[in-house]
Ligand binder design. Structure first.
Ligand code: SAH
Length: 214
């Protein structure tokens, strides 16, 4: 009950009030129990306007950035989405409410295991997980209608862009390890079109085609 109320306020005051209008995004954020994606000690803060630690020096993103990135993907219920950086699993859970199927990759084993358990418990059966370095994407399941990278990259990994379908959309934070720009890419028959959605701050995308060191 308490969390239902906090979640309602989060969507109204942080998400809708700041210009997120996509009905499916708002509905997903109303539905997914964000407090279950953080440790018990942090549950009361789960609906606050900031990121929170999830262990292993990683974070669950601020609610607004989750909404903004999800809206930018312009998802439909037939879309197959690739996420790099499962973390707590919250972003994947939001995507799973809107898209047909979510493929999510995590490089830290303990986070992968925790998220897997949670997806089972909550019945998110359209989320498929993989424990590996996601900077090379997921070739066997490509192309994807949408790709979301939830860790900051030094540059856009070409492997990922190559796994985007024609008509596909991708969002990725790109920049230094301290601050990035949220870049949106759209692929059409003519090529790749890029726009900058503004500044953001994410933990590092670590891997063969990302930052070499954690
Ligand atoms: N989407 C997450 C945000 C987690 S923070 C959520 O909703 O909670 C970013 C995550 O990206 C971390 O868990 C980190 O371990 C993971 N990550 C960083 N580099 C990665 C890589 N190369 N492949 C897969 N996951 C990666």
């Amino acid at each position: 009950m308490k969390y239902d109320r906090l979640r309602y306020d989060m969507v109204e005051k942080q998400i809708a009030a700041r210009g997120i209008t996509n009905i499916k995004v708002l509905a997903a954020m109303h539905t997914v129990p964000r407090h279950l994606f953080v440790s018990e000690a942090l549950m009361d803060q789960a609906y606050s306007d900031f990121p929170l630690p999830i262990g292993e020096q990683q974070t669950i993103s601020q609610p607004f950035i989750v909404a903004e990135m999800t809206q930018a993907l312009m998802l439909t219920d037939t879309d197959r989405v690739l996420e790099i950086g499962t973390g707590s699993g919250y972003q994947a859970a939001i995507l799973s409410q809107i898209a047909y199927r979510v493929y999510t990759v995590e490089r830290i084993h303990s986070l992968y295991v925790k998220a897997r358990k949670l997806f089972d418990q909550l019945g998110y059966h359209n989320i498929i997980m993989r424990y590996s370095d996601g900077t090379s994407g997921w070739k066997d399941e490509s192309p994807f209608d949408a790709i979301i990278v939830t860790a900051g990259a030094p540059e856009i990994p070409a492997y990922l862009v190559n796994q985007l379908a024609v008509g596909g959309r991708m969002v990725i934070p790109v920049g230094s390890q301290y601050s990035q720009d949220l870049i949106k890419l759209v692929r059409d028959e003519k090529g790749i079109h890029q726009t900058n959605l503004g500044g953001c701050r994410f933990v590092k995308l670590v891997g063969e085609h990302g930052w070499k060191k954690a």
